[in-house]
Design a protein around this ligand. Structure first.
Ligand code: ATP
Ligand code: MG
Length: 388
């Protein structure tokens, strides 16, 4: 049994559309694992039937939009059938001396109410395990029993899901993906929020560390594991000519600002070509010189579509924790340095100075040319297509 959260708040037609996208995504994920299944969507619930309920539950619990999953025993929707299933579950976990509670619900079934169902199931459990005791406030063990028109459902476990909205319900956005820790988390958060994703990476070539590309591809492939069955594209842009141009400048202090503006400029062109509605990055207030409020204000206008920064208010520790949970954290990233970054970057670049430098560099044509260097890599189900 799959539970979803805020989708409940949507209007009927929107709810129907979201649920059908979510079940479609769950199906794709199960198919990717070769798990045969059948999905039914009675009111307020998604039920998946299959021969491998534990594996099915684990996969469904990684699908965006899912709040929690329970492996259920399905019975007839009457007290006897439900009580017998509850006793079988309780026998596995409820030991003499432990306290327990039955949480009963009923809808679309007549002949008893939920209190009566709870009491009957509770006494059946006590008949079998008389040394247990009932505690409805802080029980050691809980068993859940639902009587619904289509049948009885009994379970004693909930596996937490990622929450969010079903993947694909919110249009496409483009994340500027690096080989680092932050941007994969930013991408994941927007995917969880229902955005179809495309990644773009600016390849620094000989100006970057030897392991950068490997880390970028790894982040990209790992993120694709969260949307099984959906191809995830990574666009790679050649930044070398731009780096050559800015390393030739006398003043090194503004390089990071120029670089970040250039990335937004090129990504905006690519987003426009694909119809992506917004850019996403891993900016985090105050993390580095280019992420002060003053510099973000100078950098942002280089984009011609909105820039979303889902990590802006996170602490670094929280981002790292998330990256671990998502599976993109890399304890040993290797050589990922940037040789263009100056020793003393400006924390408040004057917009007029930046504009002047960009005119001299003719960044517009540099950006247009960079956008033409795009190479596309595709990942699916956690791996790169073509085996990269
Ligand atoms: P991250 O922040 O992703 O861990 P980082 O620390 O190397 O990587 P920052 O200097 O913090 O990068 O850059 C801020 C944001 O700019 C990143 O979160 C990412 O969205 C984007 N970005 C940085 N480098 C690149 C790159 N080479 N290609 C695409 N986007 C990049
Ligand atoms: Mg960062």
């Amino acid at each position: 049994m799959i539970r979803y959260g805020e989708i409940f708040l949507k209007s009927e037609p929107v709810k129907r559309r979201f649920i059908s996208m979510m079940t479609e995504n769950i199906s794709l994920a199960l198919e990717a694992e070769g798990l045969a299944h059948r999905i039914e969507t009675p009111r307020g619930r998604i039920l998946i039937f299959g021969d491998e309920p534990r594996q099915i539950a684990a996969i469904a619990a990684k699908t965006f939009g899912v709040v929690s999953v329970s492996v259920c025993t399905v019975t007839t929707p009457d007290i006897d059938g439900i009580a017998a299933a509850a006793v079988r579950l309780a026998e596995r976990c409820l030991r003499p001396g432990m306290s327990f509670a039955v949480r009963a619900r009923r809808s679309g079934v007549s002949g008893f109410n939920s209190q009566e169902l709870g009491a009957a199931v509770g006494s059946a459990v006590l008949d079998r395990i008389p040394e247990a005791r009932v505690d409805l406030t802080a029980p050691d063990y809980e068993v859940f029993a639902e009587a619904r028109e289509f049948g009885g459902l009994v379970y004693d476990e909930r596996i937490g899901g990622p929450g969010g909205l079903p993947y694909g319900t919110q249009g496409e956005v483009m994340t500027l993906l690096s080989g680092g820790i932050d941007s994969p988390v930013a991408s994941w958060l927007m995917m969880r929020r229902g955005c179809r994703m495309v990644h773009v990476n600016m390849k620094s070539g000989r100006f970057g560390g030897a392991d950068t590309e490997k880390n970028v591809l790894q982040n990209h492939a790992r993120l694709s594991a969260w949307v099984p069955g959906h191809p995830l594209d990574l666009l790679v842009v050649d930044m070398e000519p731009f780096f050559e141009a800015i390393t030739a400048l006398k003043e090194p202090r503004y390089r990071c600002i120029l670089c970040k503006r250039f990335m937004l400029r090129v990504a905006s062109i690519l987003a426009g070509e694909r119809g992506a509605a917004a850019l996403v990055n891993g900016d985090n207030l105050g993390q580095v010189a280019s992420q002060t409020l003053a510099n973000m204000t100078v950098i942002a206008p280089a984009a011609s579509v909105p820039v979303l920064r889902p990590l802006i208010g996170f602490d670094k520790e929280e981002i790292v924790e998330r990256a671990r949970a998502i599976g993109t954290f890399e304890a040993h990233p290797g050589d990922v340095g940037c040789t263009v970054a100056p020793r003393y970057p400006s924390t408040a670049a004057p917009a007029a100075t930046i504009a002047q430098i960009e005119r001299e560099l003719d960044v517009e044509s540099l950006a247009a040319r960079a956008a033409e260097t795009v190479r596309r890599y595709r990942a699916k189900n956690g791996g790169m297509e073509g085996g990269r």
